[in-house]
Write a protein that binds this ligand. Structure first.
Ligand SMILES: [Zn+2]
Length: 82
């Protein structure tokens, strides 16, 4: 998958990452269909929220469920939203 990755203040790169996968029974994998920039992303970009490692940005998103863990009961593959 592709992701916007924060490296340091003012340095965000569009990079190829490993595809996400279910690792724990309550995980969900979502195919992102739309996203937005949040004020938190801007705070990270401007250095107001220190990051101690490279960070994939973007937590304001919508998408379609691709996989759900075995303990997820309120969502199923193909659901839209999230
Ligand atoms: Zn936010």
């Amino acid at each position: 998958m592709k992701a916007a990755v924060f490296h340091k203040m003012g340095d965000i790169r569009y990079e190829t990452m490993d595809d996400p996968k279910i690792e724990q029974s309550r995980d969900v994998v979502v195919r992102i269909t739309s996203t937005a920039i949040c004020g938190s992303d801007l705070h990270i970009y401007d250095g107001f929220l220190p990051q101690f490692r490279n960070e994939v940005l973007g937590h304001e998103f919508m998408g379609i469920g691709e996989e759900v863990g075995s303990e997820v009961s309120n969502l199923k593959k193909g659901d839209r939203g999230w």
